[in-house]
Design a protein. Structure first.
Length: 321
């Protein structure tokens, strides 16, 4: 059993979906049983993106907002399932209702609960590939909820736990988890392996590769996750239970824009090794303040114009090693 989750850029157009279909077909050819989870297509401005739907209902309450944005994943699931059927791979689109994904909590930031897997298992036994809407949950009153931004990751990991999947593969437009955003530092090395705790800490500080709730569920349920690219065959980043000897002292760097001129840069270090490495990095950057916002995690402000050079300086020892 393999869960294959495809993000918005992986299903945004016909060309991208062709790559996704090839991944699904390959798993079947290897004798694996794929269950597919999809996000809404594209980003704000694209006709079926989450933010595009939200822009249609300004001022709507959380329940109504959850209902309209859930349409994005429904559209994706139907299109991907239809593509699979056209390619001779039997598939069926499922919503949170038909996939049995229950939830609780606020409508716009719900927590996944029990997953009633009977319908999924019945489809799988007949050779049909379930294509499940990510991001959605069914509340106790049967209303629709969403699992927070990036919630399709959470859907995939929760399904992986419920179905005892060997892996949950999160397919995106980058080949794994990098030590810093490759859009800022293209040379930032990708990490072959991360232990659960390191991934949780990195996600909680703003890394956008894996939603923080999904990382926590993976750790709690011992679900092995792989972050991979839809568009190549690289092994990606494996996320698992044990810390490996080849993991570096610096886990990664996140950047959040505070305002038009300033960014918050956060360095996440391996537990027990943060302060020494952080002092050296801050000395290189001539940053005077040293604000530990969590154990082995240091954050500081930088002018946005200096962020790229600062990240390159910090990452120099790790590039091409």
């Amino acid at each position: 059993m393999i869960i294959l989750k495809f993000g918005g850029t992986s299903v945004a157009d016909e060309n991208s979906r062709e790559f996704a279909i090839k991944k699904i077909r390959r798993e079947r050819e290897k004798g694996n049983t794929p269950v597919v989870v999809v996000s809404a297509m594209g980003r704000r401005g694209a006709p079926y993106a989450t933010d595009t739907f939200l822009d249609l209902v300004p001022g709507a309450d959380a329940e109504m907002s959850a209902l309209i944005v859930s349409c994005g994943e429904i559209i994706s699931a139907c299109i991907v399932a239809n593509c699979l059927n056209e390619k001779g791979i039997p598939a069926k689109a499922l919503t949170a209702y038909t996939a049995g994904i229950m939830s609780s909590g606020p409508h716009d930031a719900a927590q996944p609960g029990t997953i009633q897997t009977a319908n999924l298992e019945a489809l799988i036994k007949t050779g049909i590939v379930p294509v499940v809407t990510g991001f959605q949950g069914v509340q106790p009153d049967s209303s629709m909820a969403t699992l927070g931004r990036g919630g399709s990751d959470t859907t995939a990991v929760a399904l992986g736990a419920a179905l005892h999947a060997e892996y949950v593969d999160i397919f995106t437009d980058v080949p794994g988890v990098a030590m810093a955003d490759p859009r800022i530092v293209p040379e930032a090395p990708f990490i072959p392996y991360l232990d659960y705790q390191s991934m949780v800490r990195l996600s909680s500080q703003g890394s956008k590769v894996l939603q923080d709730l999904s990382a926590k569920i993976a750790m709690e349920k011992n679900v092995r996750v792989r972050i991979r690219s839809t568009f190549d065959d690289s092994p990606g980043t494996v996320i698992g239970p044990d810390r490996r000897a080849d993991q570096t002292d610096l886990v990664g760097i996140t950047v959040k824009d505070k305002d038009a001129d300033t960014s918050l840069v956060t360095l996440v270090f391996m537990t027990g090794k943060g302060e020494t490495v952080a002092d050296k990095a801050l000395e290189q950057l001539n940053v005077k303040t040293n604000s530990f916002c969590a154990p082995d995690t240091v954050a500081f402000d930088l002018p946005r114009t200096k962020v790229k050079d600062a990240l390159k300086t910090i990452l120099t020892p790790y590039i091409n090693v």
